[in-house]
Design a protein around this ligand. Sequence first.
Ligand SMILES: Nc1ncnc2c1ncn2[C@@H]1O[C@H](COP(=O)(O)OP(=O)(O)OP(=O)(O)O)[C@@H](O)[C@H]1O
Ligand SMILES: [Mg+2]
Length: 319
Amino acid sequence: MRHLLDRHILFFGGKGGVGKTTSAAAFSLAASRAGRRVLLVSTDPAHSTSDVFEAGIGPVEREILPGLWGLELDAAREARRYVDEAKARMSGLFGPAVLAEAARQIELTASMPGVADLAIFDRMSDLVLSRAGAYDLVAFDTAPTGHALQMLRMPDRLSAWVAALAARRRQGLEAAALASPASARGERPADPVLGILEARQARLEALRRELARGERVAFVLVLIPERLPIEESVRAAHDLAEAGIAMGGLVVNRVLPAEASGAYYEARKAQERVYLEEIARRMPSAPRATVPQLESDVHGIAGLERVAACLLAESAPRG
Ligand SMILES: Nc1ncnc2c1ncn2[C@@H]1O[C@H](COP(=O)(O)OP(=O)(O)OP(=O)(O)O)[C@@H](O)[C@H]1O
Ligand SMILES: [Mg+2]
């Protein structure tokens, strides 16, 4: 994965529990040691980055080691911020009566499922588009794959939806304008609602373009040599290709070490070989890093250094 050291934005995704947080943390540590200014962002509700680094990381960017900053996004807090911003944006647009009703509706929406995702997505977009310039690398430790990928595909989906809203707004405005004397003189007053929708759409478009810049942005798939994670990774690789996001490589985690011996381990290793071959066969073009099953959980700098060394090692020969 050495080739990823010069990327600007990396997403680490994969099935639950396969080692996303461990890989993202280890890679971020390695990149910061290589002299890059790194921001590690966790969108995972369990906030395990604090655990791995044995440091208090919270909702504000904070330097945890030289050159390495941490940030843990909190869904409830982001949802609150998102809703407050929506209310603030509206306050300039409508009269008090409409505003009170709209604010009530927005408050009701705030607790609906999906709003936290939207809010996290909004914050991630912001980090990608506006904060990334303050760092050399922003690494996202994402929630399990399906979720992370859905987020990354949001620009396309939301963009279509926002475009449809804007089109309806434009139609409405045109109908109203036909009836007004100003339109006879070709004047078109600026519409604030349309302005907001168009700004939204421009932002989504900018995000989509940014995510498609393969020389800057990549998605790293973390998996373990077992059936379900392999299936999920193959699907994810396909989805990434479809979304136009570069696949940076595969981290094959928890591979039994050569020194594990005895009948039990020999049998496990034989099974594992089948899966390792399958990974190589089904995702042949992806650069691969192999991380062995360590004797204990990965906590603290020493453990992360061991994982980082594996991530940066020359990738194993094919097959
Ligand atoms: N190679 C390894 N050897 C030993 N333990 C490991 C290894 N990789 C990860 N672990 C341990 O496995 C557990 C899960 O790893 P991690 O938290 O990185 O997974 P995750 O994909 O982020 O999980 P989640 O989906 O819950 O966010 C952790 O306790 C971690 O320390
Ligand atoms: Mg995690």
